[in-house]
Each structure stands twice: as structure tokens, then as C-alpha cells.
Design a binder for this molecule. Structure first.
Ligand code: ASP
Length: 313
């Protein structure tokens, strides 16, 4: 059965596996309308009277503040819990109890947590919709949706593209989610990483099973000429148990003017951010550098999702 945007009313957003092409097209279209709305009027009162609880057990700048901005631009309000060390979590409160508390006050709960599956646990205990804003090395579905929206806005197509994912493919949850989401489209993948940071087996298996063309290499310069979307990532220091290993791989790839000179003129460079050295500041003014536009798109996609979940899309 194809899902439509209406079928997301009251649902949780836990994984990109919940989406198909029809629902993705609908969300992309609504996000585009949200962009036009914000550019013309700053927002609308669609979610007036609604409250979002923003519960972050891990650091965040963009995800947390764009959910806040999305809710507020649609007339709703936010309970921000960005420092769990100052909440009852530091007194030893369990995740189910924290969730049961927040849903007494809010209509939707956004959660980021260091453990894979934590958002699903939260959703199990909550009656209200729960949105996974990153569960450890698991998934980051709303990032993948904004990444997909960015590709569509920038290149006006998704089918037919060669998407090159670079860096920490092992621990980077945005790579896991975006790769799985792109399986809905006719794209080719090139996965560029050092050996120890290759894609997890389950994600690679999903790519193989889908029949999409893909390759795994460790040299970025040799594939840059055939790249349509260059998706850079940071090596996820916080996921390493051995920091000497992190030090060995952290500076493997850098997008600089030398690399960009070999890239096509219509390709784009994306990054979920934060960057910590893998994109030179010298290319920020290159029109192909899409990462700042990408982060703005996060607000539009989250406006679209909140409207859909709260049945106002
Ligand atoms: N902000 C993204 C995330 O939360 C990417 C990153 O942290 O590297 O997964």
C-alpha cells in the first residue's frame, strides 16, 4: 500500500523505512510550500495551541533549533530540554517516565539519544507522536528527509544521480538513513571511506538487495569527476573507544579548491554539519557548496513533518 502524507497524522517518525516514493514526494512538496510561506510571510498559525517537547540527551545545534523554529513559525510552542543534566534524568529518572511526563504537557515529542532504539522505546511508552532526532549510530530520519529535499531543490531531480558518500560511513547515522531513503530512487552510490569506516553490514545488505549499482573505494579524487552529490561527513569522534584509531582516520578526506577544480560544474557539496576540517572554508563561496542552504532546508522539512503529524498538512 502506498502511504500518503495524511497517513502520518498521529504517527511516530522513527526510521526512513516508513517512507515510500509517494509519501516522499508529498513531504518534499509540502516542505517547498513551507519555504515559500516563510519567505513571503515568515510563517502561519497552523499549529497554534500545539506544544512540542524537544528532548536532547546528546549535543545538537541545527536539529534542536530548527525544530524549535519550525514549531514557532507555525504558531506552536516548545518545551526545550537541551540540558538533560539539569532535568530529573540526572536524578536517575528512566526514559519511559520522562516520556510519560512530557506527553502530559506536549502534543509531540522530539528525542535525540545516544542509544540505538531509544526513540522506538520512547514511542512504545508514548501515546503522542515521537520523532527520532538521532538514536546513537542508528538513524536520523529527519536529516535524511532534509537531505533528500535539498537534492531535489538544488538539482531538480533525484533519479539518475550519482551520490558519493564520504567519511565516517560506519558511525554516521545520517549516512545510514540517507542511503536507505535513496533506495526509493534510481541512483548510483559510491561509498568512499577508509577500511575501518565502511558502511555497516545491514545498510550495505539493503543496498545489495535492492539491486542499485554501488562501489566502495577509499580514494575520493578518483571519483570526484563522476559525482553529482558529494555527501561529506565528519568522523564521529564520540563513537570511538580507541581515540588513537580516531586520530589515524580523522583527516582522511578534505574538500578543498584542488578537489573542486576536478568536480563537475553542476554537482553539489552537502554535509549534515558540524564540519571539523573535512570541508575547507575556502570553498564556502563556491556556488556548488550547498551545505548552508541544506541546513536552512531542515526548518522547512520539519515544518512539513510537524504539520503532517499534527494533521494540519
Ligand atoms: N548533526 C549530525 C548528527 O547529529 C551529523 C554529525 O553530528 O556529524 O548525526
Amino acid at each position: 500500500m502506498t502511504t500518503t502524507i495524511e497517513s502520518f497524522a498521529g504517527e511516530d517518525i522513527l526510521s526512513v523505512n516508513q517512507f515510500d516514493r509517494a509519501s516522499l514526494s508529498a513531504i518534499i512538496e509540502i516542505a517547498h510550500e513551507m519555504r515559500v510561506l516563510v519567505e513571503r510571510f515568515g510563517g502561519a498559525e497552523l499549529l497554534q495551541g500545539k506544544i512540542l517537547a524537544n528532548l536532547f540527551y546528546e549535543p545538537s545545534t541545527r536539529t534542536s533549533s530548527s525544530f524549535t523554529a519550525a514549531m514557532q513559525r507555525l504558531g506552536g510552542q516548545v518545551i526545550p530540554i537541551n540540558n538533560v543534566q539539569y532535568s530529573s534524568v540526572s536524578k536517575g529518572e528512566s526514559l519511559p517516565d520522562t516520556i510519560r511526563t512530557l506527553e502530559c504537557y506536549a502534543d509531540v515529542i522530539v528525542i535525540r539519544h545516544p542509544e540505538v532504539g531509544a526513540a522506538a522505546t520512547a514511542a512504545y511508552y508514548a501515546e503522542k507522536p515521537v520523532i527520532n532526532a538521532g538514536d546513537g549510530v542508528g538513524e536520523h530520519p529527519t536529516q535524511a528527509l532534509l537531505d533528500l529535499f535539498t537534492v531535489q531543490e538544488e538539482l531538480k531531480q533525484i533519479d539518475g544521480l550519482t551520490v558519493v558518500m564520504v567519511g565516517d560511513l560506519r558511525y554516521g547515522r545520517t549516512v545510514h538513513s540517507l542511503t536507505k531513503l535513496l533506495l526509493n530512487y534510481n541512483v548510483s552510490f559510491i561509498f568512499v571511506s577508509p577500511d575501518i569506516l565502511r558502511l555497516p553490514a545491514d545498510v550495505l545488505e539493503a543496498v545489495k538487495a535492492s539491486g542499485h549499482s554501488y562501489s566502495q573505494v577509499d580514494d575520493l579524487h578518483s571519483v570526484i569527476g563522476e559525482t553529482d552529490v558529494l555527501y561529506m561527513t565528519r568522523v564521529q569522534r564520540e563513537r570511538f573507544t580507541d581515540l588513537a584509531e580516531y586520530d589515524r582516520v580523522k583527516d582522511f578526506y578534505v574538500v578543498d579548491q584542488d578537489l573542486m577544480a576536478k568536480a563537475g560544474k553542476n554537482m553539489i557539496v552537502m554535509h549534515p554539519l558540524p564540519r571539523v576540517g573535512e570541508i575547507s572554508y575556502a570553498i564556502d563561496d563556491d556556488p556548488r557548496a550547498a551545505y548552508f542552504r541544506q541546513m536552512r532546508n531542515g526548518m522547512y522539512i520539519r515544518m512539513a513533518l510537524l504539520a503532517a503529524l499534527l494533521d494540519k498538512a
